[in-house]
Write a protein that binds this ligand. Structure first.
Ligand code: NAP
Length: 493
């Protein structure tokens, strides 16, 4: 089915409606917003197998993966519902006046987080549900009290439309202002760019490529009134294999990495694209085992022809770089639309000299960087760009003995993993899905977990406000019974 691109007039109309909705939606109680978010989850589930079939047909993803993504999507809607119903996420603080203080009296000051305003959301091709129309950006912005305008991803426009209809049903059922959610199609960059540039837009949530995210970030910064763009972009998720442990764990480690590199044809932002190790006997055994596993994994159909073309182009480019050797490829080649699992290696000196080798190859590919010794391995780590994740494979003692390596990688990634793989992002309050540039445009925030709400709020202090005029969260009697910082102590009632 053809979906018509929104016109500039439709973009303007959507933004105006979202602003009207904002004026009432921002004042709704946490309980009302929670009802709405739970209704969104219920309506998505009510779409049943037709949603799964639509997503499978548009993305080539298997049923289990799409069903898992749907569960994750409804799960995060309900997680944010619980968060806003409980209420203490607004970080309310109350400092009473001290009229007798000398030399100057202290005024009554109260502060809390308030919604920033209409948020434009761009989802990524590889997550048609969990990072798309009702993805984490949409759910967290709606929870914060911000209307959302989604620019549908053209690679899953039908899935996006179905989810948008479910959200609209939830709006009607729970009596939300109609303009609180808008859905626009745009195969043409002009639609997304007009949304980012619109004066009513107050923030952008983006998941996708580095080129796309950086372009929209730069655009937003050229606005007469700049706005924050929370772009989750590219990451190659280095995995460091520590030498002493590898001799005993090479088989297990190779199997674990083979599965992670090829899961969903490698089309995960947390795909382990780089393996860094010391070139010794243990590494040779590890490569032999990894090669055995990878050669058996068939090529998989990629999300869409554009992603497949991009994978083949970037893979070819990487394999042509000086010092790069193919270690193994799947025996199954697949066609143009398929991603063929591939492992290559390069000496660390060549890797360090060649920035292209540190760029994402989005698909089932991983590059092994062979280091002479631990000093060279630490030097590779210190040159790494910002990442969503970094993993360390080794015993506790070995990691402790190489604390200088740990000290370096802490600076480079948003999530550090010991003896595990980066794929599989738990949606829980303690999650951090973010990291220094270029993995995101703002390493202070996460796109997954309850703290994702913090991207779409701003603090406001109320000075000497009469009690009746204060938001419920800050009133003297604490009617919502939420945790608040009152005169320096955390109190509930
Ligand atoms: P993409 O090509 O950047 O597209 C994302 C969205 O942004 C699409 O709607 C796209 O519209 C739009 N867009 C891109 N460039 C634009 C521009 N210059 N102006 C206006 N709109 C623009 O990304 P993708 O191929 O869908 O997703 C794959 C990438 O996402 C991979 O690199 C992966 O690592 C990354 N990813 C990151 C995370 C994370 O959390 N860090 C999670 C998942 C995926 P069009 O389609 O019309 O171009």
């Amino acid at each position: 089915m053809e979906y018509k691109d929104a016109t500039i007039e439709e973009v303007d109309q959507a933004m105006r409606e979202s602003q009207v909705a904002f004026l009432s939606y921002k004042n709704l109680s946490g309980k009302k917003k929670a009802e709405f978010l739970r209704a969104v989850a219920d309506e998505i589930e009510a779409l049943g197998s037709s949603l799964i079939e639509m997503a499978m047909s548009e993305t080539n993803l298997p049923e289990a993966r799409v069903a898992g993504e749907r569960a994750r999507t409804t799960g995060h809607c309900r997680m944010f519902a619980d968060l806003v119903e409980e209420g203490s996420w607004v970080d309310a603080r109350v400092d009473h006046a001290q009229p007798e203080r000398t030399p100057a009296p202290r005024p009554d000051l109260r502060k809390m987080l308030v919604p920033i305003g209409p948020v434009v959301v761009f989802g990524a091709a590889n997550f048609p549900l969990a990072y798309s129309t009702a993805g984490g950006d949409t759910a967290s912005a709606l929870a914060a009290g911000c209307p959302v305008i989604v620019k549908a991803h053209p690679a899953h426009a039908g899935t996006s439309t179905m989810v948008a209809e479910a959200i609209k049903k939830a709006i009607t059922k729970t009596g939300m202002p109609q303009g609180v959610f808008q859905h626009l199609h745009g195969k043409n960059f002009a639609v997304g760019q007009a949304l980012v540039m619109h004066t009513i837009t107050k923030a952008v949530g983006f998941t996708g490529s580095l080129v796309g995210g950086k372009a929209l970030f730069d655009l937003a910064n050229k606005r007469p009134v700049p706005i924050p763009v929370f772009a989750e972009m590219s990451s190659i998720n280095p995995v460091y294999l520590l030498p002493e442990s590898l001799g005993a764990t090479f088989e297990k480690t190779a199997s674990m990495l083979a599965a992670s590199i090829t899961q969903s044809v490698g089309q995960f932002c947390t795909n382990p694209g780089l393996i860094i190790a010391i070139d010794n006997e243990a590494l040779k055994k590890f490569i032999a085992k990894l090669s055995e596993e990878i050669s058996k994994i068939p090529a998989g159909k990629m999300l869409h022809p554009g992603i497949a073309d991009n994978f083949h182009r970037r893979l070819k480019e990487s394999l042509q770089q000086k010092g790069v050797t193919i270690e193994t490829q799947s025996t199954d080649e697949g066609s143009n639309l398929y991603g063929r699992p591939t492992i290559a290696s390069v000496p660390a000196q060549e890797f360090i000299k060649n920035p292209l080798l540190a760029e994402e190859v989005f698909g089932p590919f991983s590059l092994i960087v062979k280091c002479r010794d631990l000093t060279e391995l630490t030097s590779v780590a210190s040159r790494m760009h910002g990442q969503l994740t970094s993993s360390l494979i080794g015993s506790e003692d070995e990691i402790q003995n190489h604390s200088s390596l740990l000290n370096v990688i802490v600076e480079k990634a948003g999530r550090l993993i010991v003896n595990g793989v980066p794929t599989g992002v738990e949606v829980v309050p303690s999650q951090n899905h973010g990291g220094p540039f270029p993995s995101t445009t703002d390493s202070r925030f996460t796109a997954v977990g309850t703290d994702a709400i913090k991207r779409f709020v701003r603090p406001v202090a109320f000075q000497n406000f009469p009690n009746a005029l204060l938001p419920a969260e800050l009133k003297e009697e604490n009617p919502l019974k939420i945790w608040r910082m009152k005169n320096g102590t955390l109190q509930k009632a």
